[in-house]
Design a protein around this ligand. Structure first.
Ligand SMILES: CC(=O)N[C@H](C=O)[C@@H](O)[C@H](O)[C@H](O)CO
Ligand SMILES: CC(=O)C(=O)O
Length: 290
């Protein structure tokens, strides 16, 4: 069966410091209740790009420690436009016991492809972990072409891509050209079309609260019941639309709190949840989870 990964959130306290206990609770909830296949640690959903190096390390430690004894897959996102930091984190998580790392395309400076390829080759050079490219053009502004992927994949340690992109033509071309690479779909609202193009699994923020439905959709798809899979995607997309309209990360945390998980707050500069956002989250909880 195709794998479902939740993009782990980081809990913060009211002053914006990492709430370790709350973060542990989210790992537990994913393992015990969601019965998730894996966690993507240190991604967008983890508010990773607002963390310092020591904080990133702490989150990696917490996740692997709390997941000890379960047999879920853990992927550590170590990418950063600070290549020294990315390399340091790659080594750090490898020593902690992560088997797979991931790195976002380097962003902000409009790096050319040679620079991007060098970045990936450097990150994997001194570690024996394998890497999944994290491609999310809407947030990074970096789009990779089919030929770009081919060049990155020449490095055998680069085993696949977390594909958070609505370009399904490129996705089909990638699947066709690289049958042995791992392709993990990143847009939860497009899980069904991604399954149709034979991705190996999906990683997403909304699976922190919606894993059951997503797994049922994958099962229906695999059983050939496309009508049922489409109906489940439709139900999930009603939820995802409401989450996006209410502010996705803050709302996911508020819904988790309603579910009994101390998910904490988001970190500034992300806005604190206003009374309206809190009321909206409560409505979402009541509509979909009660
Ligand atoms: C930027 C971001 O959070 N992307 C996530 C994964 O790639 C998704 O899970 C989205 O949050 C989700 O699909 C809603 O658009
Ligand atoms: C899956 C995703 O959103 C992440 O990077 O957290």
């Amino acid at each position: 069966m195709k794998k479902l990964y939740a993009a782990l959130m980081t809990a913060f306290d009211e002053s914006g410091n990492i709430d370790e206990q709350g973060t542990r609770e989210m790992v537990r909830y994913n393992i015990d209740v969601n019965q998730i296949d894996g966690l993507y640690v240190g991604g967008s959903t983890g508010e990773n790009f607002m963390l310092g190096t020591a904080e990133k390390k702490r989150v990696f430690e917490i996740a692997i420690d709390e997941a000890k004894g379960s047999n879920i897959d853990l992927i550590a996102q170590v990418g950063s436009p600070n290549l020294h930091e990315a390399k340091e984190l790659a080594k750090y998580v490898t020593d902690l016991g992560y088997e797979t790392i991931s790195a976002v395309t380097p962003f902000y400076y409009n790096f050319n492809f040679e620079e991007i390829k060098h970045y990936y080759d450097e990150i994997v050079k001194d570690v024996d972990t394998k890497l999944v490219v994290y491609s999310i053009p809407a947030l990074t502004g970096v789009s990779l072409s089919l030929d770009n992927f081919a060049k990155l994949f020449e490095n055998e340690k680069i085993i696949g891509v977390k594909y958070t992109n609505a370009d399904f033509y490129l996705l089909e071309r990638l699947r066709d050209r690289f049958p042995d690479k791992l392709i993990l779909s990143g847009f939860d609202e497009m899980l069904l079309p991604a399954l149709a193009l034979d991705v190996d699994g999906a990683i997403g923020s909304t699976f922190n609260i919606n894993a059951q439905k997503a797994k049922a959709e994958i099962s229906a798809f695999e059983a050939g019941d496309i009508d049922k899979a489409r109906k489940l995607q439709h139900e999930s997309n009603d939820l995802i639309t409401d989450l996006l309209n209410n502010g996705i990360y803050a709302t996911l945390k508020l819904v988790l709190q309603e579910l009994g998980v101390n998910a904490g707050y988001t970190r500034e500069p992300m806005a604190k949840a206003t009374p309206e956002v809190k009321a909206g989250a409560k409505k979402i909880y009541e509509k979909y989870f009660k």
